[in-house]
Design a protein around this ligand. Structure first.
Ligand code: C5P
Length: 284
């Protein structure tokens, strides 16, 4: 049995460069993992195949769960028939939130099975197996501060985000990722994040420079009522002292970057009066 942590991911930037012949989109994103984590425990079993359990009854237990799909992909890469395995997911990352909870669980399964079986795949090989499971899984295998390009699987390490505190706030609606990509395809005038400027700020250790450049192109294609809610949370974070704020992934979680823990804590407490899912985190 083994327990592996699965950190949430944020998009400091999310840009779409175009569509691809395979139906996916060409991405350019700066990714950051944070201290909000699921815990994934792998328990070898005698029977029952590969099955995921969690405190959330609505999560699939079969291969529709990315954690199960990752275990199957792992044994396929290993050339072995999958044994029975219980994947126990302690869920702390909100579900369908743009924070890669499912992808991070999948990545944790790959790392955990690599240890448990002694397969000894290097990280890059695990990331490659992860790409068969979902576009965000390769990043989640590696974590840290990285530029993600291609479908999300072309990863370049970046200098770490300077020490800071990050407040996450998830409003109570969910957004379909394919619907957002479709809305982006239809949009004529497109605002773009200054990804290169953000990377230069990382290289200079300039937290303010990073925070001022966080931006996600999906914000511009949200339905108006959802966009208003996202803007309301972003404004609240800025008013409470965030150096910058943006939506992560395909949303709806919004994050704000703070220099001081006390300011971040105060913002977290105030947002919690209105929103149920609010978290104070730091980069990992
Ligand atoms: O790879 P994943 O299963 O996470 O992708 C979910 C959906 O998001 C895809 O079916 C596709 O519609 C969209 N997507 C995309 N381009 C990417 C990643 C995802 O169009 N680079």
């Amino acid at each position: 049995m083994i327990t592996v942590s699965a950190p949430a991911k944020l998009n400091l930037t999310l840009d779409i460069l175009g569509t691809r012949p395979d139906g996916y989109h060409e991405m350019k994103m700066v990714m950051q993992s944070v201290s909000l984590m699921d815990r994934v425990t792998l328990v070898p079993a005698d029977s029952g195949g590969i099955c995921a359990v969690s405190g959330l009854g609505f999560l699939p237990r079969d291969r529709k769960n990315l954690a199960v799909s990752a275990a199957l992909a792992f044994y396929e890469a290993l050339g072995q028939t999958p044994p029975s395995l219980l994947i126990d997911l302690e869920k702390n990352i909100p579900v369908c939130a743009g924070t890669a909870g499912g992808s991070s669980d999948a990545a944790a399964v790959l790392r955990g099975l690599n240890d448990l079986t002694g397969a000894g795949f290097p990280q890059e090989a695990l990331a490659e197996i992860g790409a068969r499971v979902g576009s965000d899984v390769p990043y989640c295998v590696l974590g840290g501060t990285r530029l993600a390009e291609g479908r999300g699987e072309v990863l370049t390490p970046l200098p770490p985000l300077p020490p800071c505190f990050i407040v996450l706030c998830k409003p109570a609606f969910s957004i379909s990722t394919p619907v957002l990509f479709h809305a982006w395809d239809q949009k004529k005038k497109k605002l773009r994040p200054d990804t290169d400027g953000l990377i230069a700020a990382l290289e200079n250790g300039d937290l303010t420079g990073v925070a001022q450049r966080v931006y996600n192109v999906f914000e511009a294609v949200l339905p108006p009522n959802q966009r208003r809610e996202i803007d309301r949370i972003k404004n609240a974070l800025i008013q409470k002292g965030a150096l910058g704020a943006a939506m992560t992934g395909s949303g709806p979680t919004v994050f704000g970057i703070f220099r001081k823990e006390a300011t971040a804590k105060q913002a977290e407490e105030e947002l919690r009066e209105q929103y149920r899912e609010v978290f104070l985190t730091y980069p990992v």
